[in-house]
Design a protein around this ligand. Structure first.
Ligand SMILES: Cc1ncc(COP(=O)(O)O)c(C=O)c1O
Length: 393
């Protein structure tokens, strides 16, 4: 059968992730210096694995409620109350939904908010999925250029808002730059979205990987944890912000496909409906594992990642322009003058170093993404190669 005659323009408009191509290339290189991976390299903490295994053994293998199992939702609402100062359970209060990955939450939120011709403002550079899920909804992703500091400020967003704008997507710590916006920037963005009547979605998947203390007030919950400023942490934000977070990166369980979304009850009702008719529910044993995960202190791991960040920033800033990542596990340095990101990465790959060209995340191809979710030895090898590349050796 000629299937190509049947597929939609929508399907044709979305191309496969360029990152996968780098992974395929990497698979052909012997002993590569792989700094391309977007998932943590630490082993999943034992109590998390045990909880999932025990859930399977205790026959928790069936469908769960679409919203997620009650003990996990309770833990999430307690945490969001502490962390964001939100209230749950009363009339008009927000609701929380356990989702199939952070991606599941993002996609269903877009589906609930965007129709043909609508616009979603996303940062540029962006997480690769954002423009495509807008396309899948028949909508348009409007890119907000955040170079060179990668901050999505109200000043940069405001000129892009039109009558068709339905949502602004904020992501901090960001992928691919790891950049964390300030509290004031979050407040200004929230105020702008309120003024214009558009929804602010805050993708906080890397929030536990925050290296510096950006939040100093009591509303930030446990004062021993460095927190990333969030537009959801302001008075009344529970009515105006959709917060999307995940478990995969934080606890090293990306394959479990676990995330959650919390926001205005009416919107959550629509997202929940879509979940019911698509993913049905998040994986049952993984939900049990994630209850245990929420009791695990990831502080020591985050401290190790911070050391890696410091070593890389110190090395790279001798050679090029690099925005200091306040969180996540990526850096987004500029490639040498006169070269594209793609050319730089081709050269890197010839030297066994796997990194991702900036053009995969952006309309510009002037940078590259490096992930430090790799062993310190691999990072050391990577720094050596980068040193040679920047000094033209
Ligand atoms: C910014 C950002 N949001 C969302 C996701 C999707 O995460 P998940 O694996 O939980 O679907 C990723 C994954 O890389 C990401 O970097």
């Amino acid at each position: 059968m000629d299937v190509s005659r049947l597929v939609t323009d929508r399907a044709r408009a979305v191309d496969a992730s360029g990152i996968r191509r780098i992974f395929q290339l990497g698979a052909q290189i012997e002993n590569p210096i792989n700094l391309s991976i977007g998932q943590p390299d630490f082993p999943v903490p034992e109590p998390i694995k045990r909880a999932a295994i025990e859930a399977i053994e205790a026959d928790h293998n069936g469908y769960t409620p679409t919203q997620g199992i009650a003990p996990l939702r309770d833990k999430l609402t307690q945490w969001l109350t502490l962390d964001l100062g939100w209230s749950f359970g009363g009339p008009g209060d927000p609701e929380v939904l356990v989702t199939s990955g952070t991606s599941g939450a993002l996609y269903l939120a877009f589906l609930a908010l965007l129709g043909p011709g609508d616009e979603a403002i996303i940062p540029d550079p962006y997480f690769v999925m954002y423009p495509h899920i807008a396309t899948m909804c028949g909508a348009k992703a409007v890119k907000c250029d955040t170079y060179p500091d990668f901050r999505m400020t109200a000043e940069r967003v405001e000129p892009l808002i039109t009558e068709r704008t339905k949502l602004v997507l904020y992501n901090a710590p960001s992928n691919p730059a790891g950049v964390v916006g300030s509290k004031d920037e979050c407040r200004e963005l929230l105020e702008l979205c309120r003024r214009k009547g558009v929804l602010l979605i805050s993708d906080e998947i890397y929030d536990e990987f925050t290296f510096d203390d950006f939040e100093d007030d009591a509303a930030a919950g446990d004062p021993s944890r460095a927190r990333c400023p969030s537009p959801a942490r302001f008075e009344g934000a529970q009515n105006d912000v959709l917060v999307i977070r995940g478990f995969g990166k934080t606890y090293g369980v990306t394959g479990w496909r676990m995330g959650y979304a919390a926001g205005p009850a009416e919107l959550m009702g629509h997202i929940g409906k879509f979940q019911q008719y698509t993913y049905v529910c998040a994986p049952s044993m993984a939900q049990h594992g994630c209850i245990a995960a929420m009791n695990v202190d990831m502080g020591p791991i985050v401290a190790q990642y911070k050391q890696r960040r410091d070593a890389l920033v110190e090395a790279l800033s001798q050679w090029t322009e690099v925005a200091v990542p306040g969180g996540a596990f990526y850096l987004f340095p500029r490639v040498p003058e006169g070269m594209t990101g793609t050319q730089f990465v081709e050269d890197a790959i010839a030297r066994k170093l796997l990194v991702i060209p900036g053009g995969i995340f952006s309309d510009r191809d002037t940078h590259f993404r490096l992930s430090f979710a790799s062993s310190p030895e691999t990072i050391e090898r990577g720094i050596d190669v980068l040193g040679q590349m920047y000094s033209g050796v």
